[in-house]
Design a protein around this ligand. Structure first.
Ligand code: ADP
Ligand code: MG
Length: 345
């Protein structure tokens, strides 16, 4: 089933939580809503589910407006960060719950629950109660429960946020594989860009109630549409300056500013992996710090009178040859983007 959200707005009192948001999710697609906390992601999800009413705009399932449909009639599966499983019920009873509520016979619901537990890799744990499961296993039960009634749409609101990093990464890979098998149209909310990029076919960046950009993970990384997106995804250097003949100067480094007119205040954003440093005794900057990040090395360099920039290289990069704190380096910008700088005050 495809989803279309058109000009969606929602206020809480005088606070605009969602502002004129439009997007589409294609049938079978897994889309991530990515953005900082408080941006309106959950509100958008809850409106799609029918758990919250929109103030303006339309949500369509397969082209049909669903504003008049109650949550239950929308046939949507929902998984929350803290999806309270019923503690006194076994795993099987939890998964079968939605089916039983729909009047499906106990034996049929049980068989479907067993099928789903196999699918989420919890075969044989049906007789346990939730307290006998790990956090990751519980969320997989929650997912099995959401999928049991064969929803037309699966909504996941930060389902792995409360789980520790290593298990979270495993769940991510696992969920993507599951999605590739089932192809249920899915919307996944997260504030974790790595999670969004690893999981989703497309990412919608939401900030401050607004959709900043919709695109594939690569588009979001390489062609950030707004300054917010540029600064939110990836580790970035931010340089404020004045455009002059297509560039701004930062401590002897010229950074391209594109089409800005001479004299325009600009903010240039450079991702840490879009900077190249290499040892050069007549270079324009000085290495101030080198930090190991496991398989990568982060190098911070001081630019005369202007502050510091940092770059990241794979541990075995030839650019790191002879580099050490205190040495001079040459610098190249492989990619940057310039945005108008709003000078306040
Ligand atoms: P996110 O999921 O991106 O963190 P939310 O959609 O939960 O953001 O919230 C967006 C904003 O709306 C927040 O500032 C939040 O406090 C506010 N908000 C959400 N739900 C309500 C509500 N029921 N009443 C009042 N304010 C709310
Ligand atoms: Mg939320």
């Amino acid at each position: 089933m495809s989803i279309r959200v058109e000009h969606l707005s929602k206020n809480f009192g005088s606070f605009e939580a969602v502002k004129d948001v439009s997007f589409e999710v294609r049938t079978g697609e897994l889309v991530a809503l990515l953005g900082p906390s408080g941006g309106g992601k959950s509100t958008i999800l809850r409106i799609i589910a029918g758990l919250e009413n929109e103030d303006a705009g339309t949500v369509r399932f397969d082209g049909e407006p669903v504003g008049h449909l109650h949550a239950r009639a929308r046939k949507v599966g929902f998984v929350f960060q803290h999806y309270a499983l019923f503690r006194h019920m076994t795993v099987t009873e939890n998964v079968a719950f939605g089916l039983r509520a729909q009047g499906v016979a106990r034996s049929e619901a049980g068989a479907r629950a067993a099928e789903l537990l196999r699918l989420v890799g919890l075969d044989g744990l049906g007789k346990r109660v939730p307290s006998q499961l790990s956090g990751g296993q519980r969320q997989r039960v929650a997912l099995a429960r959401a999928l049991a009634p064969r929803p037309r749409l699966l909504l996941l609101d930060e389902p792995f946020a409360a789980i520790d990093a290593k298990v979270r990464q495993e769940l991510r890979v696992w969920l993507r594989r599951l999605h590739d098998e089932m192809h249920v149209t899915s919307i996944f909310v997260t504030h974790d860009q790595e999670e969004a990029f690893a999981l989703a076919d497309r990412v919608l960046v939401i900030n401050n109630g607004k959709l900043e950009q919709a695109g594939t993970p690569l588009e979001i990384m390489d062609e950030p549409a707004t300054e917010f997106v540029a600064g939110f995804v990836g580790e970035v250097n931010v340089i404020d300056g004045i455009a002059s003949e297509g560039s701004a100067v930062f401590g002897g480094l010229r950074v391209p500013t594109g089409s800005f007119a001479d004299g325009a205040p600009v903010r240039v954003v450079i991702r840490s992996y879009d900077l190249k440093f290499w040892r050069d005794d007549s270079g324009i900057a000085t290495v101030s710090r080198m930090q190991s990040l496991g398989d990568r090395v982060k190098v911070e360099a001081r630019f005369n009178g202007s502050g510091s920039l940092f770059a990241q290289f794979p541990r075995r990069s030839s650019l790191l040859a002879g580099m050490e704190p205190g040495c001079r380096i040459a610098v190249e910008v492989t990619k940057s983007r310039a945005y108008p700088l709003v000078v306040s005050g």
